[in-house]
Design a protein around this ligand. Sequence first.
Ligand code: NAD
Ligand code: MG
Length: 407
Amino acid sequence: MSRPSRCVTILGSTGSIGVNTLRVLAEHPGKFSVHALTANSNSALLASQCREFSPRYAVMRDAAGAVQLQSELKNSGLATEVLYGQAALTAVASAPEVDTVMAAIVGGAGLVPTLAAVTAGKKVLLANKESLVMAGDLFMEAARNSGAAILPIDSEHNAIFQCLPMNAQARFEHSHLSGFEKIVLTASGGPFRALPAEQFAQVSPEQACAHPNWVMGRKISVDSATLVNKGLELIEASYLFAVPPARIEVVIHPQSIIHSLVYYRDGSVLAQLGNPDMRTPIAFGLAWPERIHAGVELLDLVRTGRLEFQAPDLERFPGLALGRAAAEARGASPIVFNAANEVAVAAFLAGQLSFVQIPAIIAGTLESAVFPAPLTLSDVLQIDAESRALSAELIVKAAGKSAGPLP
Ligand code: NAD
Ligand code: MG
């Protein structure tokens, strides 16, 4: 007898991770059912996803988007109910009939619904790294209390998870593993890996979003170009695997074939390899602890040929050093780091800030923000909001000055 289908909610189904998740689901008819799909503003894409996957609910960010989606679904004959707003996101992330939640909203906007899924004890496929960066301790404590399984979708963390012994994967005490030595996170280096420092001030949002190995949303593409993404990932790994930042290294690996590594004391190094395609970690998360077809071409080592490695250049990419410092400081620092980055990246994408000013805004915000360590979700949200306001002020001050790092 076949097993009953698993019921999935996808938060952020219209984004790069969301679309790839639906591509994997489409490979396995009957194995999964869709409870809810959600989007920020792209009602046309959400409507077409509804027609293909018939979710019980479709959630837009605001009322205007919901009205638009309603009209696009008129005459579709679907029973899909259209909802909007954060309470609806939280409801579809924690509904009793849902087994699995793909957390694929970008940025801090994903925190509340993702944490709701964790608190409700779901199997949470975590792409939305910013939510863990912002609320790391609360998030992991909620998972311990509820029994939620957190399956990292970020390719590096997914690789590390796969390199841990099976009986330790779903527990959150990896650093106490017998013989564990350190983690190495690989980084492609982004589109400006080899660009001389003096050309950084001129790079455009289009150049920053043209990642050499991955096609991703615009915010994470810019994060990859500044290496702030690797700073966020260092914080993510330290919470997720309970490993101190000193035991997490970053190595540039331009081919993005080795997705990350775990070193053991006896000299063994376990790595996970594969073609750079997010459907692999997504399929791993959806099926865990089983394995399913992801629709991804298998790695051909001979055709791949060379694998190269370099140390990161912290002078050209100060965002990584700032991320490490925030990981070490813990408390409110990861929240400030993330908030300042989100505001600075949005300003860069809107043409209001130059590329080199992104880490400068983050550094400036971290310097001026002094907050006690958060104890509750509302503390996290308040620190986030105040940090965003501080960053916005710094950006206003920076405007009008010629492109270059802030003094
Ligand atoms: P994206 O910009 O392509 O998609 C973001 C999704 O979130 C969209 O569905 C959008 O509608 C939704 N969204 C945005 N703002 C929202 C808001 N205020 N309220 C409700 N919904 C909102 O981003 P992405 O590249 O798919 O990335 C999603 C997450 O996954 C990010 O946290 C990113 O860091 C992480 N991630 C992505 C990749 C990748 O390959 N794309 C790899 C690793 C990790
Ligand atoms: Mg990653």
